[in-house]
Structures are given as structure tokens and as C-alpha cells.
Write a protein that binds this ligand. Sequence first.
Ligand SMILES: Nc1ncnc2c1ncn2[C@@H]1O[C@H](COP(=O)(O)OP(=O)(O)O)[C@@H](O)[C@H]1O
Ligand code: SF4
Ligand SMILES: [Mg+2]
Length: 331
Amino acid sequence: MSAPLLEVRNLSVEIVTGKEKLRVVEGASFSIARGECVGLVGESGSGKSMSAFAILNLFPSPQARIAGGDILLEGRSLRGLSPREWRQVRGAQIGMVFQDPSSYLDPLIPVGRQVAETLRAHGRNEGTEARVLELLDLMELPNAAEVARKYPHELSGGMRQRILIAAALALRPALLIADEPTTALDVTVQAGILNLLTRLRAELDLGILLITHDLGVVAETCQQVHVMYAGTIVEQNGVEPLFRRPRHPYTQGLLGSVLGPESRAGNLFSIPGSVPGARDMPHGCRFHPRCPAAKHGVCDTDEPPLVIRAEGGSDRCARAGEIANAWERAA
Ligand SMILES: Nc1ncnc2c1ncn2[C@@H]1O[C@H](COP(=O)(O)OP(=O)(O)O)[C@@H](O)[C@H]1O
Ligand code: SF4
Ligand SMILES: [Mg+2]
């Protein structure tokens, strides 16, 4: 069997300040095949962006670093690459888009030139203009030639995000990492971008890591999903089984807010509180202070391991079976 497009093995990320080392990602593992969209979902502060930055070896803060594990692209470890090799991997093999399209575009340069710049930065100087127009067409931007001459402020938020996706895919990378790509957009524009990603995935056989706090976005776009909480993956499964029979109370809480009270009467609970930081991580199950199913003496003693289940998927909950059954009974 050939290697997956991306394999993240037991990844840990820490932030080092003075003598303090904070683990913000702990033992995360997942893989992405070509043509597959994998969702990484969790509330703000779960460690999703840190995982993405680790894959790209591009942390926004010099204090953050990979503390353990491995990242393999088509079977080749990315750890220990030289800065020159990294520049080749980023853009050419892995494309990236972020939440706020405005902050990644230069307001003083027409957008077509900005996409062309990505090509030139990688030494593609021939046929640049034609390739830019082809990319803008691929992004379903009408009148590509006209759009290319516009400045960022002349375009809507959705169009700006399409320009950034065009730039991310300019060099035909096999993998796209999209970190909250639709969070800054309103709902109808968001749907357009998700449809675009779905089409690009199929047409270009693109692997996508889609990072979001919204399970609704995952339902529309992904095949596999990893739920992240306080730096660890707490549940993993195909999208269909995860929505049908979620086994972790945190997943159920996230789903409750997607499905709404009318379709989840009796089983809906909002999740009180917020994600703990690495400095005040609770003992035992990291979710126990917020978990409506927590049992004293079970959940507050040892951290549950991530267990692979015979029915498929994996979860990190000592009471997963009972909790999944309760969800199904209420459905
Ligand atoms: N520069 C930093 N210094 C200290 N802690 C940080 C820094 N950047 C992020 N963190 C912490 O790392 C954790 C994970 O953050 P992040 O990956 O951005 O979460 P997410 O993308 O899921 O919202 C959070 O607890 C956050 O507070
Ligand atoms: S182990 Fe206990 S506290 Fe943690 S999610 Fe499961 S039931 Fe809740
Ligand atoms: Mg983030």
C-alpha cells in the first residue's frame, strides 16, 4: 500500500518561555489521503492552529516548537529539512489559507500580480499571466482578467479568500491546509467557499486539512474528522458515523450546537466553561471539569488513552459506550 499523502504521528508542540514549557499539542496523530478532506475541529484554544503550523514548520512565535513525533509527506519525514528545502515544500507541495483574507493580501498591489508573485517566487517565470487567469477561472471568479487588475479593497471578502486559495494552489500542491477559511465570512459566502473546496478536492485530487470550530462546516465538506480538545485528539471517525453515534461527550456538546435544540431535544447540552490552557490542565480526563457525564474516582484520576474501537474510529473517554448509547436512545 502506498503511503498516505500526509501522516502526522504522535505530534507534540510546546511553547518555551524562560524555564516554562507548555505543551499545547500532545500526541496528535492523523493522516490524509489524496482527494480526501479531513476536518480538525474544536473550540478556540484547542491546539488546531498549532498543529497546522507544526506541519508547515512555520510557527508565528519563536517560542513554539515541535517537541516530539513525526510528520511525513508521501512517506518522507519533514523533520530535519533545511530552510531551503522547507521553502520548496511550502507552496509547492503544501498550500495554506487562513481565516482573514485581508491580512494576507498587500492592499497596494493588484491581486493578479500577487498570485503571479507566488509563481515567480518559485522560479516559474514563463506563462505566468496565463496561469494566473487559469487559476482565477478555476476559483469561479467571473471576468478573471478584470478581477486580476483589482486591488484587494475592490473585492468582497469571499472573492479575496478565492484569490488566496488561487495563490495557495498556484504551484499545484497535493495538500491544502485551510485554517478557519470561512470563519470571517457570512453564511452564504461561506457555503460558496466550501463548495469550491469540495470541487477542487475532486478535480485536483487534492488532500485538504480543514480546520474549523464548526462541526457544521465539517459535515458539508469532510470525509474524516478529528475532534481536538485541550491539545489532544479526543475522538476520530468518518463523518457519517461520528454524526450518527458520537462517543465523546465533547463531540456530543459540539454537535448539540450544530443540530439545535429542536432536533436534539433531551440530549442537547451546551458546554459550560472554556478550554483549559496548558498551565492549568486538570488532572485525569482533560474534559472532566466541563463534562456532564464525569464520574468522581474514574474521570478525575487518570487521563483516558485514545482507544481504537471495533465499530470503527477511536475515542478518549472512559465511558464512551454508555455515552454513545444514550445519544442513540435520545435520537
Ligand atoms: N505565543 C503563545 N504563547 C503562549 N501560548 C500560546 C501562544 N500561541 C498559542 N498559545 C496557546 O496554545 C494553545 C493552542 O492554541 P491554538 O493552536 O491557536 O488553538 P486553536 O487554533 O485551536 O484556537 C492555546 O491554549 C493558546 O493559548
Ligand atoms: S472520561 Fe469521564 S470526564 Fe472524560 S469525557 Fe469521558 S465521561 Fe467525561
Ligand atoms: Mg486557530
